[in-house]
Design a protein around this ligand. Structure first.
Ligand SMILES: [Zn+2]
Length: 162
């Protein structure tokens, strides 16, 4: 079927299997239990979450497991205003880079329980975990992040980790 411009729209599906590797497999196994684990670089001491098994800066293997907190700082964010197919949350909503306490790289996740106009850099947030019966080996074990009510983190405390 073509639209008014003569463009054909057809559903497309692609199934594939992803092999996580040792470091990411460990992360995924542990997050199912409600904990977040990263790895520290033996050279620069940065903690990567989730770990991929090596430090992209130093080019050395990472092995030391480090548990990080399930709370942290919004370092950057975007407000989603436009709906798209398959969307789980009604717009407008915020998605943010969250620098977990103890980590040196941010993860990207959904923010909820905060009006989008109140989302800002430095906002302290914490994970809202799904019930144990819904936990899975994915970042989806965390339903979303919400504000902790703590004072905002000063910019200088995360400016080098954006
Ligand atoms: Zn390093």
């Amino acid at each position: 079927m073509t639209d008014a411009y003569g463009v054909v729209s057809r559903p497309v599906r692609l199934d594939y299997t992803f092999t996580a590797g040792k470091a990411l497999s460990r992360f995924l196994t542990i997050i199912e239990g409600g904990k977040i684990i990263g790895q520290r670089c033996p050279k620069c001491a940065k903690v990567y979450v989730p770990a991929r098994g090596s430090c992209p800066t130093c080019g050395v293997a990472t092995a030391e497991a480090v548990e990080v907190k399930d709370r942290g700082i919004v370092t950057t964010f975007c407000i989603v205003n436009i709906p798209f197919p398959g969307m789980a949350v009604k717009p407008p909503f915020a998605a943010a880079s969250v620098l977990l306490d103890g980590a040196d790289i941010a993860i990207f996740h959904l923010l909820q329980e905060v009006p989008v106009e109140n989302v800002r850099m430095g906002l302290r947030v914490e994970a809202v975990w799904k019930p144990a019966s819904e936990m899975e080996m994915s970042m989806e074990s965390i339903a979303y992040f919400k504000p902790t009510g703590e004072p905002d983190a000063p910019y200088d405390s995360y400016k080098d980790l954006l």
